[in-house]
Ligand binder design. Structure first.
Ligand SMILES: N[C@@H](CCC(=O)N[C@@H](CS)C(=O)NCC(=O)O)C(=O)O
Length: 326
């Protein structure tokens, strides 16, 4: 279920923007969570909204798998050092003691009350870009420019339906027919994106927008987990000249590669979906060093942040491991 309260400048839902008040709970493997971390970085909200990272492997609690805090991801003793809870589920239960629905990342939690405020990743990124303006760093880009909103919305709708969600529909297809349908729609979608990105540097033209933030995490996971584990194997990302160069261009842009954690991605997908990978053996490749090779996308013109500037490197506490060749 969705919790859709919004943290806003005017506090209309009862949750006003305030530095240090909210904690963003994520998992590094989850593409929807990755999007919120990218926008938080690009806006310079790292010191304003703190980050809680859950373990790549969920834990069985009361018969369901749950996102939990462990020493490995910065929670000694298994309790998040700020929220004092072991599972994200506890923040849902603080909000609604009778809640018995699903628990998902990302989740924005109000630190003083421990209540979950929102698990609506769609609105969270838009609000980080608009409602939190008072706290934005100097040079923060506008990821959702007024004049491009209709086009961004329509690209996002297509990317979500056919590509970002398409890989899950393929991976968890319960029958041959539903797999065949999902995988065809997915690769038709990738072909459309390849065509669009052959002509322009970013999805909306010359600068990074919300649309790129939403597509990138799916591309970053494509060859590592979707190609094999989810059977999305008509082609690999590296077989699409424009899409692959575009993905590398973004990876090498501050905010994107520095929020991508290949080890968590692989361990989560291969280790958790036991229905499709019963042995839980984690595939090793592909070599992530390829993400650092030149992309030559500057030749198409444009600049990632327009009149803005790139963010500083993440605070030490939020860093992901640097890419190490296989
Ligand atoms: N699909 C959700 C995004 C959140 C989501 O699906 N997150 C996944 C992880 S990638 C999750 O937490 N699933 C629950 C689980 O794995 O227990 C949305 O559209 O808002």
């Amino acid at each position: 279920m969705r919790f859709v309260d919004r943290v806003t400048a005017d506090g209309a839902d009862g949750w006003p923007v305030e530095a240090g008040r909210y904690r963003l709970v994520i998992n590094r493997a989850c593409p929807w969570a990755n999007r919120t971390v990218i926008v938080r970085r690009l806006m310079g909200l790292d010191e304003v909204i703190s980050l809680a990272v859950t373990d790549p492997i969920q834990e069985l609690i009361a018969g369901e798998v749950h996102w939990v805090f462990t020493a490995e991801t910065g929670s000694p003793g298994g309790l998040d050092p700020v929220l004092g809870v072991h599972a994200l589920r506890d923040s849902y239960l603080k909000r609604d003691p009778d809640y018995d629905g699903g628990v998902s990342v990302p989740g924005l939690v109000d630190v003083p009350s421990g209540h979950l405020v929102s698990n609506d990743y769609d609105q969270l990124t838009l609000d980080f870009g608009s409602e939190w303006k008072r706290f934005h760093r100097e040079g923060a880009p506008d990821l959702y420019p007024e004049r491009q909103r209709d086009e961004i919305d329509s690209v996002n709708e297509f990317v979500y339906r056919d590509v970002a969600n398409g890989v899950y529909r393929s991976g968890f297809a319960p029958s041959q027919a539903s797999y065949d349908r999902a995988v065809r729609i997915l690769f038709d979608g990738l072909d459309r994106l390849e065509d669009r990105l052959t002509r322009q540097r970013y999805l909306l033209g010359d600068h990074v927008t919300e649309a790129d933030v939403r597509l990138f995490p799916t591309l970053a996971r494509f060859d590592a987990v979707y190609h094999g584990h989810f059977k999305c194997n008509v082609r690999k990302l590296i077989e699409y000249p424009a899409l692959w160069a575009y993905a590398r261009d973004l990876f090498q842009t501050p905010g994107f590669g520095d929020t991508t954690h290949f080890d968590h991605i692989r361990r989560h997908y291969y280790g958790v979906h036991t229905a499709i990978n019963p042995t839980r053996v984690v595939a090793v490749g592909p070599d992530p060093a390829a993400w650092l090779t030149p992309h030559f996308r500057e030749q198409l013109g444009g600049s990632p942040f327009g009149d803005g500037t790139p963010p500083e490197p993440p605070p030490a506490i939020d860093r992901v491991p640097v890419v190490v060749p296989l």
